[in-house]
Every structure is written in C-alpha cells, then in structure tokens.
Write a protein that binds this ligand. Structure first.
Ligand SMILES: C[S@@+](CC[C@H](N)C(=O)[O-])C[C@H]1O[C@@H](n2cnc3c(N)ncnc32)[C@H](O)[C@@H]1O
Length: 264
C-alpha cells in the first residue's frame, strides 16, 4: 500500500502551504496555545491512536504524541499534501513521534483505524465543493474505530468573518527570525453565489522590500449542508459546538464544530 509520495511532490495548490518562505510564517501567525489544540488534546484522552487530517506544520499532532508520555504505543498520524508544511512538521521537536503522510485527505487510505480523527485550523474549509467534502468525510468514516470520535471546525458563514480580512483590518507586524520585521496584511473577495472566499496573504520584508504573497480559496458551507454530508457518510454527530471552548452551537456562533462517531 502506498501512503506517501517519496521523492515526488504533489502538485502545487496553494503557495501559502507549498512555498517554504510562506510556510515559515505559519507557526509565527498560528502557533502556540489555542482552544482548538486544548480541546483536541483533551479529546485524545486515553485514545491509543489519533489521525490529524490536514495536519499542516504538525503542532497539534506532536502535542498529542508527546502527551502520550509513558503510554507505550499511542500511534499518531498526520496527513497533509503540502510537502513544505510536512517538512516543518518532521523537523519540529517531537516530530519523530508522529507518522507523517504526504497525501490528500480526500483519497488517502491508511489501512487502519483510529480512536480519534481531527481536522483543525479550519482545514475543512480547503475542500471547496460538496463532492470534496463528501470525499473527506468518507475518509474520516473509513478511518474511525467502532468507538472512535471525530471533530473538525468550519467557520460559520453567518458570522461573515471574512469581513475582517481587509487590508486595513488585517494589517499587522510580524517578527520573523530570519527576515526580521515584516509587514503583513490580507485582502479578500466573497462570492455570494458559491460562498467561496478568495483571500490574499501578503508579507513585505521591511529591510529589503521583498514581497511574498499567495492567493487562497476556502469554502463556507452552512451547518445544514455539513449535517447532511455527515449523515450520508454514515457518521453521527453527538454534539454541535459553536466554538472550541465548548459553547453549544447557535445560528450566530463563530464556528461550526461537529463532534461525533460512526453511525450505529
Ligand atoms: C489552515 S491549515 C491548518 C493546519 C493545521 N491543521 C492547523 O491547525 O494549524 C490547512 C491545511 O490543510 C492542508 N490541505 C490542503 N488541501 C488538503 C487536502 N486535500 N488534504 C489534506 N490537507 C489539505 C494544507 O496543506 C494546510 O496544511
């Protein structure tokens, strides 16, 4: 069974995740303590095996693997198609404790099941079509052990978070260990017909004036669609959360977070 691409990279899809220079900003902007990681760590509890789909630079997967101190045999797998993200994951302290798989979460088949399957950091939203989301959910279903649980997050379209991603509102300064001071901002377009949000990410290195940028597309599916696709994948939601602090979902919640299992 082939579970990883060795010596070959999957095609470039989004420079934000495929360009090593842009990837070097990922943990600076998204790393560190966060309620999604805390929640997933708590859910991992006594799980003997955990699968992180769209694991990115691997901070969560490594936290979960490291939290298994003394519990010999907890298997943690991280799957992502972006080789540059996985390069960071492999080289982070504790990275050797995780099995990293360079693959697409819609199609990967690992030939085993897990007690917990997670997607965090809104990785669910990179799946742009209903067909993509159905394929991802099928992957979750195939990899869940009978009592296993899954959890993922998707921004609630009703909260229209993309309105914050304008150049004015998103302007920030980042201190990069190699580039020094960097000016950062985003820009954004929302297509009301498809619901797809296209956003630019820009980093201008202050000293040299060099500009790094990417253009990304993400979907904002509604909860009803997510619920329908989850049921069609033979999965069942136990709890819908509206944020990673455990607040129950309401139509105005910032997040849509289903926590569930295989359907009986
Ligand atoms: C916003 S990042 C989230 C990373 C990580 N889960 C976190 O919480 O920081 C989205 C990730 O989804 C990955 N991704 C994009 N397309 C994917 C696919 N088809 N299958 C799996 N992961 C994918 C990207 O490479 C990227 O690492």
């Amino acid at each position: 069974m082939r579970i990883a691409c060795v010596g070959r990279r999957l095609p470039v899809r989004d420079a934000l995740y495929d360009d090593p220079a842009l990837v070097s900003f990922y943990d600076l902007e998204n790393g560190g303590p966060s309620p999604d990681r805390d929640c997933c760590l708590a859910l991992a509890g006594k799980a003997a095996s955990v699968l992180d789909l769209g694991c990115g630079t691997g901070e969560l997967a490594v936290m979960i693997a490291s939290a298994a101190d003394g519990r010999v045999g907890r298997a943690v797998f991280g799957v992502d198609p972006a080789g540059a993200m996985l390069d960071n994951a492999r080289s982070r302290p504790g990275g050797a404790g995780v099995t990293w798989v360079e693959a697409d979460a819609r199609t990967v088949r690992l030939g085993r099941t897990f007690d917990l399957v997670v997607l965090t950091g809104h990785a669910f939203q990179v799946f742009l079509t209903e067909q993509d989301r159905a394929a991802l959910l099928a992957t979750i279903a195939v990899h869940l052990s009978p009592a296993g649980r899954f959890v993922f997050d998707s921004r609630n379209p009703a909260a229209e978070e993309w309105r914050e991603w304008t150049p004015d509102r998103s302007h920030r300064l980042v201190a990069h260990p190699d580039f020094g001071a960097v000016e950062a901002w985003n820009d954004v377009e929302h297509d009301p017909v498809s619901g797809i949000v296209t956003y630019g990410t820009f980093y201008r290195i202050v000293e040299s004036g060099r500009l790094l940028s990417s253009r990304s597309r993400i979907a904002f599916p509604a909860r009803d669609e997510i619920a329908r696709l989850i049921a069609a994948a033979a999965l069942a939601v136990e709890t819908w959360l509206g944020d990673w602090n455990g607040t129950p979902f309401t139509p105005a919640s910032p997040e849509i977070i289903p926590l569930g299992r295989r359907a009986l």
